[in-house]
Ligand binder design. Structure first.
Ligand code: ADP
Ligand code: GN1
Ligand code: MG
Length: 367
């Protein structure tokens, strides 16, 4: 990554119960929301790494509540994993602050947290093999499964209406009307594309309201690079990026897996001819997900898995387009028109899913 470190991680680390001596820290990863750094420490001559993150409080309005969710979720996952048949699976582990909190608030008003670095594993921005798709989906399915019996009441909603697609459309329509930075004319085709599909936006929410699909605890941001894949075994070792773990529908998670793990192209690929839903990747996702989620999924939940890929891809496309029209105020951007490019890949993928809808329904019914 080319951006320079904006924060003094050495100073921030002084607020945490860090074992060892600070060596250095660098910006890390390709997330669109938080500021992430990998920091090197020396512990009795042994090099050890940690992840420092500044929580984006523009996006997450209540960081202490968010961290309360993450503590509950990671503690519960750890107790489940300790007794599971899969010893390689891990849960994220937080380092506490000097005053025993899972985060610290610095003098600039920023919330920071520190995770132990997951070693010998990688996160991928683009899918490479069907095995990766299978393992990622298996890990996210197991994540949902392990949270079915989370004690302690409903989790905080860290972002209200996060996957409320009709509300995402409302925001888009407001941004089109306002046209704050005069970009609507340059996105005419994309605006038309989204508005032509508005009728499907409320489908999952309606099914939930009608009692046909249940609320569960979901991750809500299951992009491929939010699961660490073991470098040696190829297995999903740890689900990460837990900021949006909250009540949701399983379709939000499966849909975002389809969005990020079936196309061979980057999310911001400019050559749209590379963007497509590959049925063998879809099948690998489905098999991986069902291998762990079958225990709790209802027939109706299963039936809407293919639809979720289309809806969630459309929804994220709507969000990228809204942010483009609003002047790039939400997602980090690294070039002009970045959010517009991102929205275009989403819409191309939606088209590709639409063309193959019948086939993927057949596939679902054959599994
Ligand atoms: P964002 O919300 O900005 O996407 P993430 O929590 O996903 O932030 O972190 C960004 C990237 O940092 C991840 O994609 C992953 O590559 C890396 N990362 C995050 N946590 C860890 C960890 N505990 N160990 C190793 N790498 C991590
Ligand atoms: C953001 O945090 P990150 O980069 O994993 C976003 C997701 C989008 C994704 C699109 C809190 O995810 O909802 O699907 O970008 N996270 C938030 O790449 O808005
Ligand atoms: Mg992430």
């Amino acid at each position: 990554m080319s951006h320079h470190a904006k924060h003094d991680i050495r100073k921030i680390s002084g607020n945490f119960q860090m074992p060892g001596d600070f060596i250095s820290a660098e910006p890390y990863g390709s997330g669109h929301i938080n500021d992430t750094y990998a920091a090197k420490y020396c512990q009795g001559g042994i090099p050890v790494k940690y992840i420092f993150q500044r929580i984006n409080h523009n996006v997450f309005k209540n960081p202490p509540a968010l961290m309360d969710n993450i503590m509950r979720v990671t503690d519960h996952l750890r107790s489940k994993l300790a007794s599971s048949a899969c010893p390689s699976r891990q849960a994220l582990r937080l380092i506490h602050s000097l005053d025993e909190k899972p985060y610290c608030l610095d003098s600039d008003g920023n919330y920071w947290r520190v995770y132990i670095f997951i070693e010998d594993a990688s996160s991928y921005d683009v899918i490479k093999t069907p095995e990766q798709a299978f393992q990622a989906a298996k890990a996210f399915g197991e994540f949902q499964k392990n949270l079915v019996d989370l004690p302690g009441g409903r989790l905080h909603e860290t972002i209200l209406d996060f996957h409320n697609t009709p509300k995402r459309y409302e925001a888009l329509e407001k941004a089109i009307e306002k046209d704050a930075v005069n970009r609507a004319a340059s996105a005419k085709k994309e605006i038309e594309f989204t508005l032509a599909r508005k009728d499907i936006a409320g489908k999952l929410i309606e099914l939930n309201k009608a009692g046909k699909i249940p609320e569960r605890i979901t991750h809500n941001d299951t992009k491929l690079n939010n699961v660490m894949i073991d470098d040696k075994t190829g297995e999903g070792v740890c689900v990460i990026d837990l900021d949006t773990v909250m009540p949701g529908l399983v379709h939000y998670d499966f849909g975002d897996m389809v969005r990020t793990s079936t196309s061979p192209a980057l999310e911001d690929e400019k050559d749209l001819s590379k963007v497509k839903m590959q049925p063998h990747m879809f099948e690998a996702l489905l098999r991986g997900y069902i291998s762990t989620a079958a225990d709790f999924l209802t027939p109706t939940e299963k039936e809407y898995l293919p639809f979720s890929g289309k809806l969630i891809t459309l929804e994220i496309g709507v969000r990228f387009l809204t942010d483009y029209l609003s002047g790039d105020v939400y997602f980090k951007v690294h070039r002009d028109g970045h959010n517009l490019d991102r929205s275009r890949t989403q819409f191309k993928l939606v088209e590709s899913i639409e063309e193959q809808e019948e086939n993927i329904m057949k596939l679902l019914h054959s599994i």
